[in-house]
Structures are given as C-alpha cells and as structure tokens.
Write a protein that binds this ligand. Structure first.
Ligand SMILES: [Zn+2]
Length: 172
C-alpha cells in the first residue's frame, strides 16, 4: 500500500498532470488510494497525497462504512460554484488539525470515471466540500490556504512546528 504524505512533503505542492491512459495502472492507483483513505478513516483523498502526480481523487462519504460508497474521479474540474458555507474541515495530510473553511455550497464537477467515460456530479453540502477540497489538492492547494487571512497568519506561525511534528510521526 502507498504511504500517506503529510504536510511538508513536496508532493503535496506539486500540480498533478492530466490522466491520458485509462489502464490497469490507473485502476491500481485508485484501489491503492481507496485503501489508504479507508486506512485513515478519511472521506476523500487526492493522488498527490500518496505521491502520485496524476489527476485522480477518491471519495467515500461513509468513511468505509458502506461497501459501495467509494468512487474515483479522474481529471475532475469544478465547472460551477454556487453559494457558500463554512464548516469544520480536516485533511489526512494534516493529522489532528480541523478548521472552519468556507466553500461553495453547491459545485458542479465534471470528470471521467476509471474507464474514461464522462461523469458529472451536481454536488451539495458535504460532497461539494469534499470534492472542492480534493480538486484543490490536484493543483497543489491545501486547506490551510483557504483560511480567512487572520487565521492564515496564525497558521503560518504554526506550520514550521507542524512540519517537524509530522516528520517525527513519519519516522516513528
Ligand atoms: Zn486534504
């Protein structure tokens, strides 16, 4: 199984490249990502978080509770956003950290499935939030970049310490 990359790992800031080959390698990556997401009780994961610079995300709002909930999206793009709401958000690459983050309430996501077929999600609420968070990852954008400026300044001061903590967790 691939290992989860924590904040401080350069892979998280790398912009992922579009997927052009819908082959066994892609399906294996999605399976691996789903296993990592479930292993950490997450509801979403982007390929950068396992060090693969490809535009693939996996989502499972049930956190692995229901068997057929997990799905993968390839080359996802947010093509429309409506409204906004703030809610507590976390990220598997920032263990133990949660913040209220403002996101669009409704988002239209256009993507492809693992076979390359076009898929569209008209998402709302939590699903819209998770999809926006994961698509951000593919562009090297992290949820701490989405904080209101006051909180972001406080965060900047904490980030070097977090990097050290996570580096130790990784070594342990
Ligand atoms: Zn994340």
């Amino acid at each position: 199984m691939a290992s989860l990359r924590l904040y401080g790992d350069p892979a998280l800031r790398r912009k992922a490249a579009p997927v052009t080959r819908f082959d066994d390698g892609l399906r294996a990556l999605a399976r691996d990502m789903t296993a990592v997401m479930h292993g950490h009780a997450g509801v979403g994961l982007a390929a950068n978080q396992v060090g693969a610079a490809q535009r693939v995300i996996v989502v499972d709002l049930s956190g692995g509770e229901r068997e057929d909930e997990a799905f993968a999206l390839v080359n996802p793009r947010v093509t429309a956003r409506t409204g906004s709401f703030a809610d507590e958000e976390g990220c598997l690459s920032f263990p133990g950290l949660r913040f209220p983050v403002r996101r669009a309430l409704e988002a239209r996501i256009e993507a492809q499935d693992l076979a390359g077929n076009p898929v569209v999600h008209e998402a709302r609420g939590l699903l819209a939030r998770v999809l926006q968070h994961e698509v951000d990852h593919l562009d090297g954008v992290l949820f701490v970049d989405r904080l209101p400026w006051r909180r972001r300044i406080a965060m900047w001061l904490k980030l070097p310490g977090l990097k050290r903590t996570y580096a130790k967790q990784k070594a342990a």
